[in-house]
Design a protein around this ligand. Structure first.
Ligand code: DC
Length: 204
């Protein structure tokens, strides 16, 4: 049985945590599609042309420890603007979405472009300040020396680029359920997501 759950939203809204919990709950496979763009961004920083990097991506490229850094996040957002980079990553994501046993994909364009036929679609969001605060605590917790204002500026810059690009911009699918996590703790956000998906499972 294929059942696809598409989870989109801006940086640091809680997509990753919610997606992993939802995949665990339903026993589905999970793909963090941001990692694909981060791996291409990492290669661009290493001097490889982004289109070539995207066309030759291999599984080990997703294991790199530096993929979670703010520098790589910005590079990912920049390569994600290039239509040929996006095109090179489409088939892998679509095949993952239709695997038997169910799949959860999180990203920016899953419900709109990659899996428009997904059985359940969520758009997970939060205010820029709340998202920057979460990211700031996470980076400090990982021992990085960062300022809140810089993290907020970074979040805003990435939002603007992800939402305003011509190809597959970040936006909710018309049939997505929006979950605003600004005032929700992790447990409440996860249970809102599971309830929204259960409602779709019932009618699919
Ligand atoms: O989800 P993330 O923060 O790891 O994503 C990093 C960047 O990759 C994000 O700023 C834009 C890009 N991205 C994208 O364009 N489409 C996706 N489906 C996932 C990520």
């Amino acid at each position: 049985m294929a059942f696809t759950i598409a989870i989109d939203g801006p940086a640091a809204a809680g997509k990753g945590t919610i997606s992993r919990a939802v995949a665990d709950h339903f026993g589905f496979a999970h793909l963090d599609t941001g990692l694909l763009y981060r791996a291409v961004g990492r290669k661009m920083l290493d001097g490889i042309a982004p289109i070539e990097a995207a066309e030759n991506l291999v599984a080990e490229d997703l294991q790199d420890d530096s993929l979670r850094t703010p520098e790589v996040a910005q590079a990912a957002s920049k390569v994600a603007v290039i239509p040929e980079v996006r095109a090179a990553l489409v088939d892998f994501q679509r095949a993952f979405g239709r695997r038997s046993g169910g799949a959860v994909l999180d990203g920016r364009d899953i419900g709109t472009v990659i899996c428009p036929e997904a059985e359940a679609k969520l758009f997970v969001t939060a205010s820029a300040e709340v998202r920057a605060d979460r990211r700031f605590r996470e980076l400090i917790g990982n021992g990085l020396d960062v300022r809140f204002d810089d993290v907020l500026a970074d979040v805003r810059e990435r939002d603007a680029r992800d939402m305003n690009r011509a190809d597959a911009p970040l936006k909710p699918a018309a049939d997505a359920v929006t979950i605003d996590t600004s005032k929700l703790d992790i447990e409440a956000a996860i249970s809102a997501a599971i309830s929204a998906i259960e409602a779709k499972r019932g009618i699919s």
